[in-house]
Design a protein around this ligand. Sequence first.
Ligand code: C5P
Length: 219
Amino acid sequence: DARLVIAIDGPSGSGKSSVSKAVARKLGAAYLDTGAMYRAITYSVLADGTDLDDAAAVAQAVRDAKLSISVDPDAELVVIGETDVTEAIREPRISEQVSAVATNLDARAELVRRQQEIIAANTRIVAEGRDITTVVAPDADARILLTASEEARLRRRGLQLGGTQNDAQLATQVLARDAKDSTVVNFTQAADGVMTVDSSDLDFEQTIAAVLDAVDTAT
Ligand code: C5P
């Protein structure tokens, strides 16, 4: 098969991960969840008792991290050091604190470098995150920004605005994380040459079809 690199960015709740994974399966490609790498570092820094606000210490922790991530779309596995953190990195406490790693520019530089290595090592790969179309793989064969209205994003997370207090808190957290992440990466507007797929009014299968269409157009 010819080399194929597909870059997909988008905000939380855009359906990015499940859509990217499904697209990878359809194309017989590998799948890289770059957010999982930021989450794994956050887990490890918290476990070590390192202060997340100590930028130099966090940057050093990233450089020292023994991080391995599966690129099989059917076998999610994230290991840091000797610890399988596949499940733990999805905990709310990680989502709440991951932006501290994401806004650390030295930490980003090291993770971008590792992501580029993983992409280079795979003939066909779908990589998703916040800066894949712009920083990690600006030369990708297809570059897609997957967006969705705020309402659709919150709905997909099972949230109802005006619902329970807990839902409102969760909504605030999702939006606050995007706001923090936006200070270092722009995933709200498509960069030059990046195609936008708006999934607000599309179901899961329709979104996959729209992304595959965009890939066809670009390649
Ligand atoms: O995609 P996910 O929500 O799992 O990403 C977790 C966090 O990792 C994001 O909120 C963001 O802070 C960070 N991230 C990033 N750049 C990427 C992917 C994720 O800054 N390419």
